[in-house]
Write a protein of this length. Structure first.
Length: 221
């Protein structure tokens, strides 16, 4: 998270209006602010757009802080903004991205599910072991040409992504606990309902990840 001044306008998720602060991102933001001594009443959460729009809004002074990722963090830093909160160092475990499928599809189509997960997991090993290829892919899909920004984004992602991306029940429990602050029914939800451990567990037991480590020795956590 980056800040500009102290007047308190903070960016929210792009799809939300100021009257509808109920996304996980908003809840995480509010929790992070509380852990750093600020209440929700002391900031105004507003919607400004995607990551690029957030940097632009900071630059013109429309907002005073924004939740940023990867290349946008370095871009904001180069513009003179400072990091205020590092979410990865806060005392709760979260997952802001996940692979999602209907459980019925995964059960009925296990071969397709396994093929997809193998390809996806191998992509992680390629990403971690082939720096230049990965940076070129980032350049293509982010349309960022600044080499420094691309390398910074790659280095951050490489350190954060696990070689064995097994589902985390503890992360689901933590996220349900956070959601329960605004949606009380989440407190009693069973985390197993939201996680399918079978497929990645079978890949691990079958030696898939050990084979990937032999095939891509440069891939490290």
């Amino acid at each position: 998270m980056l800040y500009n001044s102290h007047s308190g306008n903070v960016h929210s998720a792009p799809q939300l209006s100021p009257e509808a602060k109920q996304s996980l991102e908003d809840i995480l933001l509010i929790g992070a602010l509380k852990l750093n001594g600020l209440s929700e009443r002391e900031v105004k959460i507003v919607a400004v757009g995607g990551l690029a729009e957030r940097v632009g809004a900071l630059q013109v002074g429309r907002i005073d802080g924004a939740m940023l990722l990867g290349a946008q963090m370095l871009a904001a830093t180069k513009l003179g903004f400072k990091e205020l909160i590092n979410f990865s160092k806060l005392p709760f475990e979260v997952s802001l991205s996940a692979l999602i499928s209907a459980r019925s599809f995964a059960v009925k189509q296990p071969e397709i599910t396994f093929k997809f997960l193998r390809a996806w997991a191998e992509g992680i090993f390629i990403f971690k072991s082939n720096r230049e290829l990965s940076i070129e892919v980032l350049r293509k899909y982010t349309r960022i040409e600044d080499r420094e920004l691309l390398e910074d984004s790659y280095n951050r992602d490489r350190d954060l992504i696990e070689l064995e991306p097994l589902p985390s029940l503890s992360a689901v429990k933590s996220m349900l606990g956070i959601l329960a602050r605004s949606q009380p029914e989440a407190a009693n939800a069973d985390p197993h309902r939201f996680v399918e451990m079978k497929f990645m567990t079978e890949l691990k037991k079958g030696g898939f990840f050990e084979e990937m480590k032999r095939q891509y020795p440069g891939a490290k956590n």
